[in-house]
Design a protein around this ligand. Structure first.
Ligand SMILES: [Fe+2]
Length: 422
């Protein structure tokens, strides 16, 4: 247990002082393992280098680094053991044929119809946050949450089945606590991205999403990453949900209130691998590197390798060169495929100039039912009832008086359970 560490369950007022204090405490604690912080970090580096060597070997043999799983195999329970193992090692995958291609294209058209009918482009006031920039006069990220296509996808059997499959990679029970319900999803409303042909996009730098300073400072995360923080990095299991599904989080404009086993999106257009697509560092254990790197003596005492609150957790060449060299892009995807990555994975979006074809996705993660997601579901229900933007997103509320949104009466059992109505 990490009870001997100082902790801040709400954001500390003086970041620098708290960083100095926690770093000293972590170094002292790691030293009780019999290894120094430097030795422990060297073990992490070795583990990461082994993973990178495996990735290079796949590339050399022309094999996909991102595992590709057929939805039909998920449905029949016939995903080959070797492929399951690869998903576990890489922490990311493409689900091929998650939805029929025609269905995905219909959804895409349905979204266009919904926003045009409600005059969205005339109403659009620019990006509501600085996380995703917009290019030109039309947005790429549509802050739209309650369209028929989005809700149909979220409450579909196919989505629920794939999410249960993804949740099953995680350990959801330990020490007498059931951390989450692997077969029940929480419905997490997120936005749409539609990037038109010819678009130039600067992409999005490498980062990770589970938290910022809270990853070192709250009691919950200190327990979740206990193995790392007592120097037993070999015991760190990125697939163990213990202590990750309740505890407090520091607020931030880019924060996700939900616990997600995987982040994901469903493709609503075909996208080639060289058209500004998502990249990940397909190594779930990289979190060990991110959390221990700031403890090395070359990092200033009051600095966590640039991590601060209210901004994404940055990953870069200065502190994480090994990881930056291991960013791997998606293979080609087609409309109806879905793309998933473990919530801890470092990810980025490549830049593109003069994009060929559309780049359209619906963001839908795997967020299993758990105390954290049940708590957030209350505010999601309220946003659904009023057509508002959910609490995790800028308060733009475009849809409040729109026509044609998805209604309560249209919820099926998956939808009602996902929102916590039953
Ligand atoms: Fe992200």
């Amino acid at each position: 247990m990490a009870s001997d560490l100082p902790r801040w369950d709400t954001e500390p007022a003086d970041h620098a002082a708290a960083i100095r204090e926690i770093k000293a405490a972590l170094r002292a604690r790691i030293a009780t393992s019999g290894r120094s912080t430097e030795q422990v970090f060297a073990a992490v580096e070795q583990r990461i280098h082994r993973r990178i060597a495996e990735i290079r070997e796949d590339q050399r043999r022309g094999e996909p680094v991102w595992p590709v799983v057929d939805y039909a195999d998920i449905e029949r329970g016939t995903v080959p053991a070797e492929l399951l193992d690869k998903v576990r090692r890489r922490g990311c995958l493409v689900v091929r044929g998650h939805f029929p291609r025609e269905q995905a294209l219909d959804w895409d058209a349905g979204i266009v119809d919904y926003v045009e009918r409600n005059d969205f482009f005339a109403q659009y006031r620019g990006p509501g946050d600085d996380f995703f920039g917009s290019v030109g006069s039309k947005p790429e990220i549509y802050p739209i949450y309650w369209s028929q296509p989005q809700m149909q996808a979220r409450q579909s059997e196919r989505m629920a089945r794939a999410q249960a499959f993804l949740n099953s990679f995680w350990k959801h029970e330990s020490g007498g606590t059931r951390w989450f319900e692997p077969d029940r999803g929480a419905l997490y409303p997120d936005r749409i991205r539609r990037r038109p042909p010819g678009a130039d996009s600067a992409g999005l730098g490498a980062h990770c999403d589970p938290g910022t300073l809270d990853l070192w400072m709250t009691g919950g995360y200190q327990q979740a990453f206990d193995a790392l923080f007592r120097g037993a990095v070999e015991e760190h299991d990125p697939w163990d949900a213990a202590h990750r599904t309740d505890g407090p989080r520091y607020p931030g404009s880019t924060m996700c209130s939900a616990f997600r086993t995987f982040q994901g999106w469903t493709a609503l257009s075909d996208m080639d691998h060289d058209q500004g697509v998502l990249h990940t560092v397909p190594i779930p254990e990289a979190m060990a590197y991110l959390l221990l790197r700031p403890l090395l003596p070359d990092v200033p005492d009051d600095d966590m390798c640039g991590v601060t609150t209210n901004q994404v957790f940055p990953v870069g060449h200065k502190w994480h060169p090994d990881l930056m060299s291991a960013q791997i892009g998606l293979p080609d995807v087609r409309a109806g495929d879905s793309v998933w990555w473990h919530c801890d994975l470092i990810h980025s979006v490549a830049p593109v100039a003069g994009q060929q074809g559309w780049g359209n996705v619906m963001y839908i993660p795997a967020a299993p039912w758990c105390p954290r997601n049940a708590a957030y579901a209350g505010s999601v229900r309220e946003a659904f009832r009023t057509g508002s933007s959910p609490d995790d997103f800028p308060a733009e509320h475009y849809e409040r008086d729109w026509a044609g949104q998805f209604r309560y009466e249209q919820l099926n059992e998956i939808g009602r359970r996902g929102l916590g109505y039953e």
